[in-house]
Design a protein around this ligand. Structure first.
Ligand SMILES: [Zn+2]
Length: 199
């Protein structure tokens, strides 16, 4: 049930991008930071849902994870930058362009369905990374689930379930235990240990 090493490495890239955002912002001239987060979280969530919904099919077809940044511009509008996970040059450039933006969240897809990966829930890296870098995370799964990872309390919550986002036709709901409504790093670790389950 544990995610494969490849997935962990890929997600570590996303975590590294988080660090890039934070480090990049920390080096800015604070005089340029004349604004702060003003868009309500519920609107950020809806925006993330739209972004991920549009990325799912490409993620299935190309069997890749896609990730991106949601940020506010000085006018209080949400904008996004999407990159292919693992394409570090593109990722770096995208986040460099975010200098005049206020980061609100990172989002990513979990690629196409693969029975070897427990991809219907956020990974431990997804949750730990959000907390470490203080940026909420949003995740779309091959089954079409949509998750929010709250950086403030370290809780991943399923915003909506199977098929609320586009679903990979190859998705098999019985390849892993049915996801709970919410997880922490420790309850994800407990999920890793589940061997027998009904489906
Ligand atoms: Zn993930």
């Amino acid at each position: 049930m544990s995610e494969g090493r490849t997935t962990i490495v890929i997600l570590a890239v996303c975590a590294a991008l988080w660090a890039g955002v934070v480090l990049n912002r920390s080096g800015e001239n604070l005089a340029n930071e004349v604004y702060e987060a003003t868009v309500p979280t519920a609107e950020v969530t809806e925006f993330a849902r739209q972004q991920l919904g549009e990325l799912q099919q490409r993620s299935f077809n190309d069997r890749i994870e896609l990730c991106g940044l949601i940020a506010e511009n000085a006018a209080g509008e949400l904008v996004s930058r999407t990159v292919r996970v693992g394409d570090t040059d593109s990722c770096s450039a995208a986040y460099f362009d975010a200098r005049s933006l206020f980061p609100r969240a990172i989002y990513h897809t979990h690629g196409s369905f693969n029975p070897r990966y427990d991809s219907e829930v956020p990974s431990e890296v997804d949750v730990a990374g959000a907390v470490e870098f203080g940026l909420d995370g949003y995740v779309a799964t091959p089954g079409g689930r949509f998750w929010r990872v709250n950086a403030g309390n370290g809780i991943a919550e399923m915003v909506c379930g199977e098929s609320c986002l586009p679903q990979d036709p190859a998705y098999d709901p019985c390849s892993a235990p049915a996801p709970e409504q919410r997880y922490t790093v420790s309850s994800l670790q407990a999920r890793d240990l589940i061997v027998n389950y009904d489906c």
